[in-house]
Write a protein that binds this ligand. Structure first.
Ligand SMILES: C[S@@+](CC[C@H](N)C(=O)[O-])C[C@H]1O[C@@H](n2cnc3c(N)ncnc32)[C@H](O)[C@@H]1O
Length: 324
């Protein structure tokens, strides 16, 4: 068994996405159903042990994505916490499930707060979030008024973390597809495409930005958040090996270089709306994510440098429009 994605197909059968059901179903068959994860049985058991419900009136605009325990539910808090812990590491959040706070590695609400004031009003929009993680941002997008929030992320455990919330909620507009962006068709249909914290993991940034453009309708908006370095339009860091102990970081431009790249690919009205140095309060180990975190990724004698001697993590958000 594994998590079924039938609900996505049923919920979108009368939407613009129906035109893409065939390629999405084929991609899921090849990359998801056809490639079960080694821990599927363990995760299925933990998910089945967690409650299901139809908890209404959850406010998706809160910093902590909270699903309160109904007054007439009697749960064993110790067992509930143990089953939630089965899905460690919890990286993106924070969450609150039925009386238990899940303090994640990242304060993803801080990232959302930095981005939200600068983007087009999401009311009624269909949005796509590439590399969404566990779906925390999908709920925030619904909370900001989005009609449909489709997330894409290949990391299986994040699909389970999302399922923990989804099985407590009534049907809603959030859906997570366990795919890579490369597996998606060129929808040319989404009003807003988010790509937060993914670009530096891609070997070919130009191809990735072209992919992002191919998902948008003409006039649609791209919201791109990525690691950058200080410098001018000629500056780009390609780490020799690891960056902040991450093995899969390929490309850190300056904001000016990234703006150039977006314009070169064809985006208009390109602007950097936020630059933020990641703090030890925003990314840290917790009981829900017990591996090393930012503190161990920095030079112990100089927090302005990574352990490898590069500039410490600096994140920028850029907003751009696909031409009409
Ligand atoms: C650093 S996390 C960012 C998560 C979230 N968007 C955020 O900003 O906090 C990068 C995520 O991108 C996902 N990812 C990596 N390569 C991807 C790809 N080719 N397509 C879609 N997602 C990808 C990873 O599984 C991971 O969850």
């Amino acid at each position: 068994m594994t998590i079924s994605l039938d609900a996505f197909f049923a919920a979108t059968k009368d939407s613009f996405l129906a035109d893409f059901h065939a390629p999405l179903a084929a991609a899921l068959q090849q990359h998801y159903y056809g490639k079960p994860h080694g821990r599927t049985a363990e995760w299925d058991t933990a998910l089945a042990a967690l409650p299901t419900g139809n908890i209404e009136a959850v406010d998706f605009s809160q910093s902590r994505m909270s699903i309160p325990k109904p007054d007439d539910w009697h749960l064993d808090a110790v067992e509930l916490k143990r089953n939630l812990m089965a899905f460690k590491p919890w990286r993106k959040g924070p969450w609150h499930h039925l009386g238990i706070d899940i303090d994640t590695e990242w304060r993803s609400d801080w990232k959302w707060q930095r981005i939200a004031p600068h983007i087009s009003d999401l009311t009624g929009r269909n949005v796509l979030d590439i590399g969404t993680g566990n779906g925390y941002f999908l709920y925030r997008m619904l909370g900001a008024g989005a009609n449909l929030a489709i997330g894409v992320d290949p990391t299986r455990i994040f699909l389970y973390q999302f399922a923990v919330a989804q099985q407590l909620l009534p049907a809603n507009g959030a859906h997570l597809l366990p795919l890579r962006s490369e597996h998606l068709p060129a929808f040319k249909a989404f009003d807003t495409v988010f790509c937060l914290g993914v670009l530096y993991h891609r070997r070919s940034p130009v191809d990735h930005i072209q992919e992002l453009m191919s998902y948008l309708r003409p006039g649609g908006e791209l919201v791109l958040e990525t690691l950058v370095v200080p410098g001018d339009e000629y500056t780009m860091l390609v780490p020799q090996d690891r960056y902040a102990k991450m093995a899969n970081v390929w490309f850190l431009p300056s904001t000016a270089a990234l703006e150039n790249l977006l314009r070169r690919v064809g985006f208009q009205d390109v602007r950097t709306v936020d630059v933020n140095k990641t703090s030890l309060d925003e990314q840290q180990a917790t009981e829900w994510m017990t591996f090393h975190s930012l503190e161990q990724f920095l030079d112990p004698d100089n927090p302005d440098l990574t352990a490898e001697g590069y500039p410490a993590p600096l994140r920028a958000t850029l907003v751009a429009t696909k031409p009409e």
